[in-house]
Design a protein around this ligand. Structure first.
Ligand code: FEO
Length: 183
């Protein structure tokens, strides 16, 4: 009896996304290491925590492939790429990376819709919401560095921003959770 409930095209797309999440974790790890070496403890702490989140995303997809009776393949992860050159560059890279990841998620959502694989479509909705949060979080980081002065930020502003990041929540509050008295 055939127990595999995933098409080969969706299995491969999910497997590729799983590898991409593992790669993202490595990228955040490398940015966190850079921030730590540059003396930004708060930013580094935030990025280390985020590296863990990406690993959790990888695990969710791995578990899903297995639950659907398909084969998951753990593959090589490409190198993380160049380290940031500044806090502004770091936050730009984080935003670009998240937007790139959203595209990968949307591709799988569309594939599952086209194949009428509603289980996968439903599973992917968690990631759609997560990506909205992650993009919002990345945009908030860009707002912070912009207010601090961007590439021209003074050391004192970067110091305050870094302290602030020690207490930055790991999740962003989304529009759908907001109300008129609690914007
Ligand atoms: Fe797993 Fe930041 O997306």
């Amino acid at each position: 009896m055939k127990t595999n409930r995933l098409s080969e095209s969706l299995r491969k797309a999910l497997n590729d996304q799983m590898t991409k999440e593992a790669w993202q974790s490595q990228v955040y790890l490398s940015y966190a290491t850079w921030a730590n070496s540059a003396g930004f403890e708060g930013i580094s702490n935030f990025l280390f925590r985020h590296a863990e989140e990406e690993r959790n995303h990888m695990m969710k997809i791995l578990e899903y492939i297995l639950e659907r009776g398909a084969e998951a393949k753990v593959e090589a992860i490409p190198a993380p790429g160049a380290a940031p050159t500044s806090v502004q560059d770091c936050f730009n890279k984080v935003f670009e990376q998240e937007v790139g990841n959203t595209k990968g998620i949307y591709k799988i959502v569309k594939m599952s819709f086209d194949e009428e694989d509603w289980a996968t479509w439903h599973f992917m909705q968690w990631f759609v919401k997560e990506q909205t949060e992650e993009e919002t979080l990345a945009l908030n980081l860009l707002d912070k560095i912009k207010i601090a002065g961007g590439e021209k930020a003074a050391s004192s502003s970067l110091y305050s921003l870094d302290r602030d990041m020690l207490n930055t929540p790991d999740d962003a509050k989304l529009a759908e959770d907001k109300t008129a008295i609690n914007p």
